[in-house]
Design a protein. Structure first.
Length: 422
């Protein structure tokens, strides 16, 4: 009879890996939701437009943006965990009333445009199934509101995330399109930028859709809402960092697949054109698969964007805010959420070009982002806010470089746009 000891010893490492994997899966939440919500209708169409207009030339920029997103999302999650407050409340406590008003106004402007683009994304996705936006958008608005206010928001999150799994077809499509490994790797590890106003505008749009302000407000408030304590921050840090990296890997594959399929054809003109990139992976079913993914991404962000605004404002005024609360327990929180849903869906019903609307919304976010990130950086540097959990010397340097670089790019684009330089 064989000795069972070696077998038992062999199975122990396996069990440890299983336990670790289950632990990681259990803690994934606010960070993963926040980062993946950035791959919304506007994000998908902006990444696809980058591939169609400039081929692989934006890939190196996406690597840099990914580093910045990891840094920013980690700071926001840390602020939420160690202070027990969202960014809105922290800004109110640490800055003047005028600065708080400025921060919340910037967030409101940015999120208003994004909410419209999310419902426009719903309309575009359902048009592929021959459903009029005048029908699909109101239905989507009622669905998002009902699931968040009256239903189970956690279940709605899972449903919307499942729909976004359709975009896992992009990595497959990228490989099947045979993009040319040398060219892709070259553009990933070395800048191949284009000296043009259009490239700069798109670069700011990529920053705006990847490091979207609402994602950071949502991430900080969501970890508070979930009740994550400082002792549990190791797990939340994994969630924040892995969520940021995962979402940007998908974004990079969207650019590669689109560049391989229609690269050099100019700016993206329609959602159907973006679906062309999926044909190498799924063939004739590409439009339908893209529509499901776009629908899931749009519904997820149509929930998260208004929630981030509601979290920020109620945090700032000290009002009750939680998706776990009943309607009468948090009237301001749910009132703000409802108002944004109604306005966003209403404006989205007006005729217009979804792609242009989506990309312009991301450019607006890109211009606003460095201003809001400055608040985050100052908060995360302060001992009075985080104590020993504040940014260390090296992290402070990296974070400052990230925020300053985004700010310089946004300023250049803003100046060029105002002066009419192209």
């Amino acid at each position: 009879m064989s000795d069972p000891a070696p077998l038992a010893m062999a199975t122990k490492p396996r069990r440890r890996w299983v336990v670790r994997l289950l632990t990681i899966l259990a803690i994934l939440g606010p960070g993963l939701i926040a980062a993946n919500a950035g791959n919304d209708a506007g994000g998908i169409l902006t990444y696809a437009s980058a591939g169609s207009q400039f081929g692989y030339r934006t890939l190196f920029l996406m690597v840099l943006v990914t580093v910045a997103l990891v840094v920013v999302q980690e700071m926001c999650s840390r602020l939420g965990v160690f202070t027990g407050e969202g960014l809105g409340g922290l800004i109110r406590e640490q800055f003047s009333a005028r600065s708080t008003f400025l921060a919340l106004s910037l967030l409101l402007v940015a999120n208003a445009g994004l909410t419209v683009s999310e419902f426009a994304g719903v309309g575009a996705s359902m048009e592929i199934f021959d459903m009029s936006p005048r029908i699909s958008i109101p239905i989507a608005a009622v669905l998002v509101w009902g699931l968040t206010v009256l239903g189970s928001y956690s279940r709605a999150e899972r449903l919307f995330l499942i729909l976004t799994l359709a975009f896992l077809a992009y990595p497959i499509a990228a490989f099947l399109a045979h993009p040319g490994a040398k060219e892709v790797v070259s553009n990933l590890v070395w800048p191949h930028f284009v000296r043009s106003h259009a490239f700069l505008v798109l670069a700011v749009a990529l920053i705006g859709t990847t490091i979207t302000p609402y994602m950071q407000f949502y991430a900080a408030s969501a970890v508070v809402d979930k009740g994550i304590k400082p002792a549990e921050y190791g797990g939340e840090r994994v969630d924040a960092v892995s969520g940021a990296i995962w979402s940007d890997i998908i974004s990079i594959f969207i650019i590669i697949a689109t560049a391989a399929a229609i690269g050099g054809s100019g700016p993206l003109q329609s959602a159907e054109q973006a679906a062309e990139a999926l044909k190498p992976a799924v063939g004739a079913a590409a439009p339908q698969l893209f529509a499901f993914g776009l629908l899931g991404a749009s519904l997820l962000a149509a929930s998260v964007v208004p929630l981030s605004t509601a979290y920020a404002i109620t945090d700032a005024v000290g009002a009750p805010r939680s998706v776990s609360a009943r309607l009468r327990e948090a009237p301001l929180f749910y009132g703000l959420f409802t108002l944004q849903i109604v306005l966003g869906a209403g404006i989205a019903l007006a005729p217009g070009n979804l792609v242009a609307l989506a990309v312009n919304a991301q450019v607006l976010n890109g211009i606003i982002t460095p201003l809001l990130l400055t608040y985050v950086l100052i908060l995360a540097n302060r001992s009075s806010v985080l104590g020993a959990a504040r940014n260390g010397p090296r992290f402070k340097v990296v974070a400052t470089i990230c925020v300053a670089t985004v700010g310089i790019l946004s300023f250049v684009v803003l100046v060029q746009t105002v002066l009419g330089l192209h």
